[in-house]
Design a binder for this molecule. Structure first.
Ligand SMILES: *[C@@H]1O[C@H](CO)[C@@H](O)[C@H](O)[C@H]1NC(C)=O
Ligand SMILES: *[C@@H]1O[C@H](CO)[C@@H](O)[C@H](O)[C@H]1NC(C)=O
Ligand SMILES: *[C@@H]1O[C@H](CO)[C@@H](O)[C@H](O)[C@H]1NC(C)=O
Length: 232
């Protein structure tokens, strides 16, 4: 038998949504196709695989054994870790100390995007809610745990651009030792910063490649490569 594309499957496991969850999803007006389980987080750390799925608009996460993906060690709520809608672009990273940093929309309607920290031994924190200066309809691309910081790459609608709607690419970072603000800001980052990524061809009027699509981190050289496209 010839084979042009051979994939050696060393392990496979099925992870679907149960009947009740699918029915409840469809009763909220979602299609049969949307009401399935789409894996959106898949991180190997130590001897565990941490994975989250949309689970018919009812996100759920599970930790599994590296050697046996059918073996579920732990199951936790996936809200604020995985999007509800499989179309949303999200990303997540687990730090060496076992904290999960997820960048995703965290509500059913997809209007509440957040960079959210959970798990581990530090307080859960998030970006300010419904504040377009922090995040404005972002499409998250990647997250990295580097030194004292966690970095997030994404593109979003630019608030600083006031003639019509345009998308800019960003890098944001938070300090991993951030423990949040005081009083009403208890659950909010105090170290969140972001900057525009400028990928352009110089000229009298620079030509911008505004939309980050993908990144690649090369730790040996302390470099992050990005792939950008133009706005439509
Ligand atoms: C993997 O885990 C499942 C569920 O615990 C178990 O039924 C199965 O025998 C395990 N397979 C191997 C190869 O250990
Ligand atoms: C997610 O990213 C892809 C690729 O850039 C894009 O085609 C798609 O529209 C994005 N999804 C949403 C909900 O914006
Ligand atoms: C982006 O970089 C180009 C080339 O260095 C420069 O000409 C342009 O002014 C920069 N744009 C912004 C918005 O900083």
């Amino acid at each position: 038998m010839s084979c042009d594309l051979c994939i050696l499957v060393s392990q496979a496991t099925a992870w679907g949504s149960d009947e009740d969850t699918r029915r409840s999803c469809q009763s909220k007006g979602k299609t049969e196709e949307e009401c399935q389980n789409y894996v959106r987080v898949l991180i190997v750390y130590g001897k565990k695989v941490f994975t989250c799925g949309t689970n018919a608009f009812s996100p759920v996460c599970s930790s599994r054994q590296v050697g046996n993906l059918s073996k579920i060690i732990d199951r936790i709520n996936g809200v604020a870790r995985c999007p509800y809608d499989p179309r949303h672009n999200s990303t997540a990273v687990i730090t060496s100390r076992g904290e999960l940093y997820a960048a995703t929309v965290i509500d059913f309607s997809g209007r509440d995007p957040a960079i959210y920290r959970s798990l581990g031994n530090v307080p859960p924190l998030r970006t300010a809610q419904y504040n377009s200066k922090w995040l404005n309809e972002p499409n998250f691309i990647a997250a990295y745990d580097i030194g004292l910081f966690t970095y997030f790459f994404f593109r979003e609608n630019a608030v600083e651009h006031d003639c019509g709607k345009t998308v800019y690419s960003r890098v944001a970072r938070v300090c991993k030792n951030d423990i949040g603000g005081r009083f009403l800001l208890e659950d909010t980052w105090t170290t969140f910063m972001k900057a525009r990524l400028n990928c352009s061809r110089a000229g009298e009027i620079p030509f911008y490649y505004n939309e980050l699509q993908s990144t690649f981190y090369l730790p040996e050289q302390d470099l992050i490569y990005g792939v950008f496209t133009t706005n439509v």
